[in-house]
Design a protein around this ligand. Sequence first.
Ligand SMILES: [Zn+2]
Length: 82
Amino acid sequence: HWGKQELPRLKLIWKNWVLPKVKFFHWLANMDRCWTADRLQRRGLQHHPRCLLCDQEPETIHHLLVSCTFSRQVRHDTLSWL
Ligand SMILES: [Zn+2]
């Protein structure tokens, strides 16, 4: 995970002024260490077959943050509200 091209992005996470728990979440997401269904499956743990928010695709961190239709709608609504 710590390829040379990854380092500037990780440095950016730590330098920005955001709440520590948000920083930590971004760090976990970048390292693919969030307990999403794909990770639970790799560890042989109980998991849902599809994303609980949209019920359309397998739950991965990339799906939740980028491609999930439900997450996208929430993001869109939040930005509109702001
Ligand atoms: Zn989804």
